[in-house]
Design a protein around this ligand. Sequence first.
Ligand code: FPP
Length: 244
Amino acid sequence: MALFGRQEKTAGQGTVLPRHIAIIMDGNGRWAQKRGLPRTAGHAAGAETFRRIASYCRDLGIEYLTVYAFSTENWKRSAEEVSAIMGLLKKYLEEAIEKMRRENVRIRILGDTSVLSPELRELIARVEAIDETLDTRTQANLCVNYGGRDEIVRAVKAWQADPGHGELTEGELSKYLYTAGMPDPDLVIRPSGEERVSNFLLWQSAYSEFYFTDTLWPDFTEKDMDRAIEAFRKRDRRYGGVKK
Ligand code: FPP
């Protein structure tokens, strides 16, 4: 059962529920290793956890959920592992095409998709076409071939190449990021005991609250999400200002 009703206020000042939650889905490999399974089984379990947690977030009334599915550095992994992750993404996008209209959920892929397989790019294009027809406040962002530094460099280049660009300010540059038009994440969750940012949403997480847990991502439950949100609710967000 959901901890919070949809009617409850979402983020802004003195708020209770994050508008935007971002997750580094870490620990899939260790989860599999502990069970004597190949790493790819950990990713399959992680993809299932994502489905479950995304539904839960939607039921809670979280507007944006952004997950790190594949980083610009993950190409260093074995061909088998890369191909397994891409296969899981393909399966997920195929399902999404069937379901997103019915469930009224927008799905975006954030990252440099130009190097993905033609098959994946075609699925992404179909998802984007459906996105445009939806009128919804619920959105899942999958970061694929995403790197925070890469995103900033690309944004600067895109700004420079845009003849209509305005003066270079923080707000102006934000318009050229993959997350243009979205609120910054209020809460960033990293499971699996690692406590680092790993090139995820570097620009956008400037004032995010961070929540770390030892739970491995495939074991992450709705209860863990409740705990993360509960911890967030206790934080005193000052955005560099002073306590009132
Ligand atoms: C990090 O755990 C996880 C990844 C690099 C991949 C995450 C991808 C998925 C969960 C599948 C994506 C598909 C969908 C539909 C969201 P790790 O492998 O680094 O784990 P370890 O630190 O225990 O080795």
